[in-house]
Design a protein around this ligand. Structure first.
Ligand SMILES: [Mg+2]
Length: 175
């Protein structure tokens, strides 16, 4: 029997890296202060750290899934070099009004739907009720709540400080 562990779910743009509208290239990655420290702190507690990101720009034809993968490889490598290990990045490339036919559809993975979080719970032995998400949009929090997790709205500042505050609030009963 696998021991269940809690997960810290993180949105990508606006939480780990600065949101510049669309972040399509490695050179567009500017880190949110405290991002690596937040990940390190929760890994040190034995938590999973999982990124869940809507990538509408793929459906809009602004960049390809391969280009996004190169950005994700860079994010994972840079954070790993900073001893901050993300367990997995889940992305949703679909949008119902997308320009690219192959990606033009609604998706259960697209936040505010909970599909990416539920996939993570199928892939990892995650203790749902002990897990929470940090996002910068209400759709992020809606996805977390629909998945049975807590959700906290990050509006800027230091992510590690915010994550410690969120954990304390969550343990106090905030959802
Ligand atoms: Mg965001």
């Amino acid at each position: 029997m696998n021991q269940l562990r809690p997960a810290l779910f993180l949105d990508r743009d606006g939480v780990i890296n600065l949101d510049k509208g669309f972040v399509a290239r490695v050179e567009d990655i500017d880190w949110v202060p405290g991002a690596a420290a937040a990940i390190r702190n929760f890994k040190a507690r034995g938590w999973y750290v999982i990124v869940v990101t809507n990538q509408t720009g793929i459906a809009q034809g602004l960049y390809t899934e391969e280009q996004m993968q190169a950005v994700h490889d860079h994010i994972l490598a840079e954070l790993a070099a900073d001893k901050a290990q993300i367990d997995r990045i889940y992305h949703c490339p679909y949008h119902p009004d997308g320009e690219v036919a192959a990606y033009r559809r609604d998706s259960f993975d697209r936040k505010p739907n909970p599909g990416m979080l539920l996939s993570a719970m199928a892939d990892f032995p995650i203790r749902r009720e002990s897990s929470f998400l940090i996002g910068d949009k209400l759709a992020d929090l809606e996805a977390a709540h629909a998945a049975g997790c807590g959700g906290f709205l990050f509006t800027g500042g230091n992510l590690a400080d915010f994550a410690e505050w969120a954990l304390a609030a969550f343990e106090d009963g905030a959802r």
